[in-house]
Design a protein around this ligand. Structure first.
Ligand SMILES: [Fe+2]
Ligand SMILES: [Fe+2]
Length: 276
């Protein structure tokens, strides 16, 4: 497919099955966004198969992913692989927001391209770490694709493909926001492990957490903007969407400080306690 506009090019990057090419395209599109025409009104046809992804990792049901301890070298690799897979999906989720939804302000598309580029950076940081981890009996380290993974993030993307308000509510404001809660808990476990690999992973997660506050903030901004346009009450509508689309249950403890920085209001933070 020959891309003529920024949104065509985002779709082409989403379709790309080669990991390194996808990451490079995501970064280049963001860096060169102002050199492309941005047609905000075009309705682009959905390809039959999305997203483009490599043959591995093998995808399994979320309930089948085995629990793994970060206290062993293989468990550490499995944990990093799981986060790496989240970042790979996150590149696709951000690119999907760019091509799929017409009729939004230009800044909507530029925001999600920036997110796609940052997710590509996160993916690359974690993959580089994974590749440097020792693997028993093998000359080389681990790589993305070496463990099984589940497809929960992309499934929510598909479920909300026809509803931009639900997409903003349930992908950045729910799934990405769960990462804000989970990251300090993972870092605390890694601190207990205390190995050089664990210390290195903590530092990577610091970078990721910093950027993810920005992604959730972008989700909050556009969710509120859309609610205002459509005369919806953001808190009540969120509750309805969470039920309607089967949003995953939120698990305390919540990272109130990061959620506040990401733009959740005091009412929304109180409401979290009701949703669990
Ligand atoms: Fe990320
Ligand atoms: Fe993100």
């Amino acid at each position: 497919m020959q891309a003529h506009t920024l949104r065509d090019a985002a779709l082409a990057a989403l379709c790309c099955a080669d990991i390194e090419a996808k990451c490079q395209q995501a970064r280049e599109l963001d860096a060169q966004a102002n050199t492309w025409p941005l047609d905000t009104s075009a309705r682009l046809a959905a390809p039959t198969k999305l997203p483009g992804r490599p043959a591995r990792p093998r995808l399994i049901h979320p309930g089948e992913v085995p629990p793994r301890s970060p206290y062993t070298p293989d468990g550490h690799a499995a944990l990093i692989h799981a986060i790496c897979h989240i970042e790979f999906n996150a590149i696709n989720l951000a690119l999907d927001a760019v091509w799929r939804f017409p009729g939004l302000p230009e800044s909507f598309y530029l925001d999600w391209l920036r997110v796609a580029a940052e997710e590509a950076h996160h993916f690359t940081l974690l993959r580089t770490h994974l590749r440097a981890l020792p693997r028993a009996g093998q000359g080389a380290g681990w790589d993305y694709g070496d463990f099984e993974a589940h497809d929960g993030l992309w499934l929510m993307c598909e479920k909300t493909a026809h509803d931009i308000v639900a997409r903003m509510a349930l992908v950045p404001r729910t799934l990405e926001a769960r990462g804000l809660d989970a990251t300090p808990l993972i870092q605390a476990k890694l601190r207990k492990v205390g190995t050089p690999a664990a210390q290195a992973a903590i530092a990577l997660l610091d970078i990721i957490l910093r950027d993810e506050v920005g992604h959730v903030a972008i989700g909050n901004h556009w969710y509120r903007w859309l609610c205002e346009q459509q005369g919806l009450d953001p808190v009540a509508h969120y509750r309805q969407l969470a039920r309607q689309y089967g949003a995953p249950r939120l698990k305390p403890p919540f990272n109130h400080e990061a959620r506040q920085r990401a733009g959740f209001t005091a009412t929304e933070l109180e409401d979290l306690q009701q949703i669990v």
